[in-house]
Design a protein around this ligand. Sequence first.
Ligand code: UDP
Length: 487
Amino acid sequence: MASPPKDLHFVLFPLMTQGHMIPMFDIARLLAERGPTVTIITTPVNANRFKPVITRAIQEKLKIQVLELELALSEVGLPQGCENFDLIPSAELFPKLFTAAIMLAEPAENMFRGLTPAPSCIISDNLLAWTSDIAQKFNIPRFIFHGPGCFTLLCLHIAIYTNVLDDIAVSDSEYFVLPGLSDRVELTKEQACSWGGKTLKEAADFVEYVRKAEQDANGIVVNSFHELEPKYVEELAKTKDKKVWCIGPVSLCNKSFQDIAERGSKSAIDEQDCLKWLDSKEPESIMFVCLGSLARVCTEQNIDLALGLESSNKSFLWCIRHPTEELEKWFLEEGYEERVKDRGLIIRGWAPQVLVLSHQAVGGFVTHCGWNSTLEAVSTGVPMVTWPQFSDQFINERFIVDVLKVGVKIGMEAPIVVGEQDKFGVVVKKEDVKRSVEDVMDNGEEGEARRKRCRELAELAERAMEDGGSSCLSMTSMIQDIIELCS
Ligand code: UDP
């Protein structure tokens, strides 16, 4: 392909949640590496988290900038600074942040007008549906970015936008086979349709608003790669009647130590100390435990997790995003950290996840099955213990366990509601933790076969992102398509 025209300018609108912002910033980098100007429009708190990444990209002479818009938080009843879903402790308040985001439409349009070179294309999070009006007003193409991969997007399409579930006579917690897929996928209705607390039926107006904006989009950008889910890439494009561009795993665009270590936020552990600890362990001997940016785990559940990890007799690196005072008290009274000090390390806060997963000492990953975490494990060849919490995570679990066959279920059956985790109590018992951790770390035939599949997928992922690889070519033809649409 000829190099893109110098004045090509992409404007990116990420949703204010780590699982969408982190890949969008990677996409910004991938686009800017091809020469175009890239502007990311977000809010001050979110911009600040990515400042080091952007500063380094600018030092590398990439034409990237981040512009800030203020959310009307007090108008919607959220406290100052509450600009990311991971800062909101309860799902009940999530709609307020969506409302504040919708109110960005006008200031975003005004900002858009002043941009130079004039924007050529929008890449917007699917859930920021109002960007569709901006694209129409400025008569430029708009591509949408969804968080999940093609398999999950297809399952969600079937579950949300068709009526097939209405005809399946099972209760919300009974398993049924999702129709319309080439693999046999069993889900419950609550797993398929619970979105961080509200069921999608309750949010019908918002769902319709987003669906309409999706229909208007010129294409769909997916953080996945063709070899991972070839059938589902095709099927999704057919179902949505749109071009689908798989340009990932985008996390692999980070090459420098700092870029790998500092994704999304400053790590709560010194990265070098973390590396030293990992270096001191045998290859594939450590279980990494991290349940993403949004999930909240109650004290009792964390205690069972602690005891399960301990009784598995495996080494572990456990990231606890929001340790409660009671949990800290329990750790102290039990002398837990002293008891496991030779083989267990706890990170309180943000973990350098990709750095950890990339380390040869890591042999397994207890994950909540967020799509980014899933793909990061796939890209680094690490088998998973699957512990979904809510939203698309149960569907991702089916992909990991039933389609890719690179994970073992911990045994989570029903979605948790953020903010109500105390009501749910212990849903995964210490015996479940022990069994699944031992299964994934097992050196027997099944464990070896799983590890082999993981290694093969990691190689395919790496190749997809290299020059001439499927994702690299997909990015080239996406840019070409945009140039044609612009002219
Ligand atoms: N992440 C991280 N450190 C943490 C928690 C999360 O680096 O302590 C990153 C992780 O690598 C992934 C993203 O945050 O890129 C989380 O996205 P995912 O889709 O897995 O889950 P979500 O947070 O949206 O539930």
